[in-house]
Design a protein around this ligand. Structure first.
Ligand SMILES: [Zn+2]
Length: 503
């Protein structure tokens, strides 16, 4: 038996003016064929696929198609889309006849002229292989599931957790759904409901003891443990995509039991809709957040959601940095900025040199501002490490040459060449700091940072600053989204039955 596996991973933020290009994928780390199977055997969803299949009574031959990953950013160019398409389907053709496809997709990728990249790829794959070859795909929790994706795939399996600490396990769950189709003759019957609501990310912590996200996660996990359920997921889509067919989703796939799929899907969608306001976060102004951090003796983590690089923002906001510079910090104040030209300036000047740099408002020239900073070059380093936790298991990260700039206020600005996980303790450690010992850490992440910081922080505040991934996204201009859509529109009357699709 031959199973083809592959990955397309990029979360798009259409508010970010920086287009995603072929170079972004090539830089992040493409691998193909046998290299994919060897290098990804313990990494993210692909690792979950590979390890679960190797445990089958008769392990299949695993055929590596291609891994195409890029860090979250702006919409891909049309050239990039054409290149991705060609890469993927060239690999499919080269694989020849296979018994099934197991794909790790993100599910919220947008390219110019293609608002549903994964839907288009799944549809084309289905057209090429016919209706008899199983196609199972995994998706991020923040996927924008479309009817096209549901129609083309046999089973869609989403992450259950935010922070995303179940990526590897989601790969295993995808492979398990496929095993049931191949070896037990399972016949997927799916109910899918698009919910006309977009919710902020701050309160989507499924690992919290209480709250809407934790309650809904418990329900889908419990559902998926039932013998007749193959997959159950709730996807509160990532909110920064100005596209048609935009909305949160519930998807339930049973083994040949359409009534059970329908009942579970409707019930989950109804609860999400009824409790959607519980996702609304409490936000603190930049000035108040920094003042509160200064008054706190332990570690304070300030979440700069609007510039969250994990949400596809550009990573060069300095709204919080400007405020940090007004205080004197007893221990380090740590903040990151993506600014390749400043890295070059720092490296040219050399360690211990005092330099004047312009930071911010360059990559995000829509909502950002620029400040001038006099600081000493403290260190030059490679922002390269292996990341495990939110977003990755053993995921290689390389943000390129980087510098640390030290300001007299004890603010340390970690400047990287490229975007990446600008909250990860591994990044701060690569820069020479222990983030848990700092006075204040700015995490460019709306919620996922909690997986590692919650137990170390004396205080955590969600900061309201301008940016490309704002928490109050409905106050920004969106022109392509379907209307009415909550919270842009105040909607009371909606029933999941009107948007239910079954197949
Ligand atoms: Zn996500």
């Amino acid at each position: 038996m031959k199973i083809a596996i592959g990955q397309l991973w990029q979360e798009t933020n259409t508010l970010n003016p920086l287009a995603t290009s072929r170079a972004d994928f090539e830089q992040f780390g493409i691998c193909r064929g046998i290299d994919l199977v060897e290098q990804m055997a313990d990494v993210n969803e692909l690792g979950g696929f590979i390890q679960l299949m190797r445990g089958w009574p008769v392990p299949p031959e695993i055929v590596g198609l291609v891994r195409l990953p890029a860090w979250p950013s702006g919409a891909a160019t049309t050239e990039c889309f054409a290149w991705l398409w060609n890469e993927f389907f060239t690999a499919v053709e080269a694989a020849g006849k296979v018994d099934a496809f197991l794909l790790a997709l993100h599910g919220a990728m947008v390219a110019d002229g293609h608002p549903d990249v994964e839907g288009a790829i799944l549809q084309e794959l289905r057209k090429r292989v016919g209706s008899d070859v199983p196609i199972v795909a995994t998706l991020d929790l923040h996927t924008n599931i479309t009817p096209e994706m549901v129609q083309a795939a046999d089973v869609l399996v989403t992450y259950h957790s935010m922070p995303h600490v179940d990526i590897f396990e989601t790969g295993q769950r995808g492979a398990e759904a496929l095993r049931r189709m191949l070896f037990e003759g399972a016949k997927p019957s799916t109910a899918f409901c698009k919910i006309p609501a977009i919710v902020p990310a701050e309160n989507s912590n499924t690992e919290a003891a209480t709250g809407i996200a934790a309650d809904l996660k418990r329900r889908v996990v419990e559902l998926e443990a039932r013998p007749n359920v193959m997959s159950a997921g709730i996807a509160p889509v990532q909110p920064w995509m100005d596209i048609p067919q935009f909305g949160s989703s519930v998807i339930v796939t049973t083994n040949g039991d359409p009534e059970a799929a329908r009942a579970a899907c409707l019930s989950l969608a109804e609860e999400f809709w009824r409790r959607k306001r519980e996702y609304m976060p409490t936000l603190v102004s930049v000035a108040d957040a920094v003042r509160l951090a200064h008054e706190e003796s332990g570690l304070t983590v300030l979440s700069d959601a609007a510039d969250a690089t994990t949400s596809g923002a550009p990573g060069d906001s300095v709204w919080i940095l400007a405020e940090l510079l007004k205080y004197r910090w007893p221990r380090e104040a740590l903040i990151t900025v993506v600014a390749p030209e400043v890295v070059g300036q720092g490296e040219n000047a050399g360690v211990d040199e005092l330099i004047t740099v312009r930071l911010g408002g360059i990559r995000d020239n829509r909502f950002g501002k620029t400040i001038e900073l006099n600081a000493t070059v403290e260190r030059c380093f490679d922002a390269r490490f292996t990341m495990t936790g939110h977003i990755g298991k053993n995921m290689p990260i390389d943000m390129g040459r980087s510098v640390v700039l030290r300001h007299e206020s004890n603010v340390h600005v970690i400047v990287t060449t490229r975007s990446g996980p600008h909250f990860a303790p591994e990044l701060f450690r690569a820069a020479g700091f222990e983030p848990f010992d700092a006075s204040v850490v700015i995490a460019k992440s709306p919620c996922g940072f909690r997986a590692v910081y919650a137990e170390h922080a004396a205080a955590i505040y969600s900061v309201k600053a301008p940016g490309c991934a704002p928490s109050d996204f409905w106050n920004y201009e969106f022109t392509n989204i379907p209307r009415p859509l909550w919270p842009w529109d105040e909607m009371e009357e909606w029933s999941p039955t009107q948007d239910l699709i079954q197949k």
